[in-house]
Design a protein around this ligand. Structure first.
Ligand code: ADP
Length: 191
């Protein structure tokens, strides 16, 4: 069974790879960004608040995010494994996730960090600006998201140091996908 956390800076390609892995493996792709953007589109109270926060590049509060993840992981389809994309994003989120998974006595998580340098990230986000129309991809919000990433999310690499694998995020979608699938194959062999 595969339970994977995909880490990496904004623009590294987590969403693309997570969606593809999920299809390939037949397990759910849980993207907190997608969940929040769906809520924003639906115009729920959570969605309206989240949109304001996302549009300035800040993080939605840990308590709110935990509520969302707790509910999502309790759904039946997660019994076969899952890919987390965008969660955890802070140390308290990671600690809470450990608690959630401990309770359920599940095997350890695999953690992959998609690496890409700042220049390449900028280019990708600039490219995405035309296609996805995400209101948080503006130049200013993007800078904020990057700073928030460095300050709040990068410390997770140390938190997960005993199990995180670096994945080179350069190259085509196929190339990166190959790297991830071979990592997962070797993780499964060791399990
Ligand atoms: P990225 O392109 O950075 O991977 P996401 O789609 O994962 O973007 O997230 C978009 C926005 O949603 C974030 O900038 C943040 O405001 C909010 N968000 C998503 N996941 C979380 C989380 N785990 N904790 C707090 N905020 C989150």
């Amino acid at each position: 069974m595969i339970r994977l956390i995909l880490l990496g800076p904004p623009g590294a390609g987590k969403g693309t790879q997570a969606a593809r892995l999920a299809t390939e493996l037949g397990i759910p792709h849980i993207s907190t960004g997608v969940i929040l953007r769906d809520a924003a589109r639906a115009g729920t109270e959570l969605g309206r608040k989240a949109k304001e926060i996302m549009d300035c590049g800040h993080l939605v509060g840990d308590d709110v995010m935990l509520g969302i993840i707790r509910e999502r992981l309790a759904e039946d389809d997660c019994g076969r494994g899952f890919i987390l994309d965008g969660f955890p994003r802070t140390i308290p989120q990671a600690e809470a996730l450990d608690g959630l998974l401990d309770e359920a006595e599940t095997p350890p998580l695999a953690v992959a960090n998609l690496e890409l340098d700042e220049d390449e990230l900028r280019q990708r986000i600039a490219g995405r600006r035309g296609e996805d129309q995400r209101s948080d991809d503006s130049e200013e919000t993007m800078l904020n998201r990057f700073h928030v990433y460095q300050k709040q999310t990068e410390p997770l690499l140390d938190y997960y140091r005993d199990r995180v694998s670096a994945i080179d995020g350069r190259g085509t979608v196929d190339t990166v996908f190959e790297r991830l699938t071979s990592l997962l194959a070797s993780t499964e062999e060791r399990a």
